[in-house]
Design a protein around this ligand. Structure first.
Ligand code: DSN
Length: 431
């Protein structure tokens, strides 16, 4: 009897015999290829501090650029609307099984194209237009899709916001409970994009239970830390958890929704056909790779480094006289309040970019400046932790930021830092 592999036809070769038949990107479109090469240099030679960015591995990038993108697959494994799903179904089932195992989830949908559609799918699954929702204010670390006025979520649902306490500078769960009693929300959203502390998911569960709300946690920012075992998991507490896969998780640009089995059918229906058509199958494959990478000891070490490096950066900034929202960090991000330095976040972020330190300006709680020119600077540790930076390098980053700010953003100082940044970065190869 023939073995399974012996019965297969010889492995096909996809390589064209003659490059003129199928030119490479660089051959066909050198202008565009040049832009990509320039971006590779930028990513290699700068210190990337945007808290939501990272470096995906070669394996993740190979999967996400694969020919699986050629296939349409509306529906779910075993129940598609198009034929020819023999391989795609295996890919999606593998991604789902690995995500369930990694996070201990009962059900996972790996099809949302990114974080905003994942969050929208939750609204669609559980709410009617106009229903009350309680979520973290954008200026206090929430996300646009947590009901910001400019977002669809703020226009179609009655979203009220909770924020940090003026007394403690942290979330105040008694105040959130009082707001929930008043509003009687159908949905409560926890999670954040710029809160440098752990959130108390048990407290959110208790508040949701008291008012009969669904509890959603948007863990996009800290999913990699949860996977690496260095951050509390929301899974035991939330009805539904959303996450992107490209932030601290280091996967492709995609998203997932993890939920209890009881909610599986309505979540799946909300993603497809509620919001999306065909899933991005190459991204699904890359999510499967990312889920496998996230189980490795190397990933756990990286996640630990994200936390210790952010703490080292926070300490360095405090020693240099900066004020930090909540006074420090428990996770991968630091939010600097620049008001005491008399500078706005935008000019500082733009100047740091010229120095090779790439971050983003950000609102701080009770910001008196407008969102397009706010008072804060958000810094994150994931990307440079993935490159192998340790606490010493992150302390150096704090010293560079202090030099730049204390010089009044002097161009000569920025140029000197840019040279030192480049020298340091070339010693740490990109993943
Ligand atoms: N743009 C992301 C961030 O930077 O936090 C949120 O989607």
């Amino acid at each position: 009897m023939q073995s399974a592999s012996a019965s297969r036809s010889p492995a096909p070769s996809f390589a064209p015999a003659d490059a003129s038949v199928a030119p490479s990107l660089a051959q066909f479109d050198p202008e565009l290829a040049g832009f990509i090469d320039d971006e590779a240099v930028r990513q290699r030679e700068t210190v990337r501090l945007i808290a939501s960015e990272n470096y995906a591995s070669r394996a993740v990038r190979e999967a996400s650029a694969s020919l699986l993108a050629n296939k349409y697959s509306e529906g779910y494994p075993g129940a598609r609307y198009y034929e020819g799903q023999q391989n795609i179904d295996k890919v999606e089932r593998l991604a789902i099984a690995r995500a369930k195992s990694l996070f201990g989830a009962e059900h996972v949908n790996v099809q949302p194209h990114s974080g905003s559609p994942a969050n929208l799918a939750v609204y669609l699954a559980f709410l009617q237009p106009g229903d009350p929702v309680l979520a973290l204010d954008l200026a206090h670390g929430g996300h646009l899709t947590h009901g910001a006025r400019v977002s669809l979520t703020g226009k179609h649902w009655n979203v009220q916001h909770y924020g940090l306490s003026r007394e403690t500078g942290r979330l105040d769960y008694d105040a959130i409970r009082a707001q929930a009693r008043e509003l009687q929300p159908r949905l409560i959203i926890a999670g954040h994009t710029a809160y440098p502390r752990h959130q108390d998911f048990a407290a959110f569960r208790s508040i949701a239970d008291e008012v009969g709300a669904i509890l959603m946690v948007d863990m996009a920012h800290f999913a990699g830390l949860v996977a690496g075992g260095v951050h509390p998991s929301p899974l035991p507490y939330a009805d539904v958890v959303t996450t992107t896969t490209h932030k601290s998780l280091r996967g492709p640009r995609g998203a997932m929704i993890l939920c209890r089995e009881a909610h599986a059918a309505r979540i799946d229906k909300a993603v497809f056909p509620g919001l999306q058509g065909g899933p991005h199958n190459a991204i699904t494959a890359a999510i499967a790779v990312c889920m496998k990478e996230a189980t490795t000891p190397e990933f756990a070490r990286y996640a630990q480094a994200c936390v210790s490096n952010a703490a080292a950066l926070a300490d360095s900034l405090l020693e240099h006289g900066f004020e930090l929202v909540t006074g420090g960090t428990d996770n991968h991000l630091v939010l600097v309040d620049l008001r005491s330095k008399g500078l706005g976040g935008k000019p500082v972020a733009q100047a740091l970019d010229r120095a090779g330190l790439v971050a983003n300006y950000n609102a701080v709680p009770w910001d008196t400046r407008p969102p397009r020119d706010p008072s804060g600077l958000r810094l994150g540790s994931p990307a440079m932790s993935a490159r192998g930076f340790g606490e010493a390098e992150f302390r150096q980053i704090g010293a560079w930021i202090a030099s730049a700010v204390d010089s009044g953003l002097d161009e000569a100082v920025l140029a000197r830092i840019a040279g030192e940044v480049r020298e340091l970065c070339v010693r740490y190869p990109m993943p």
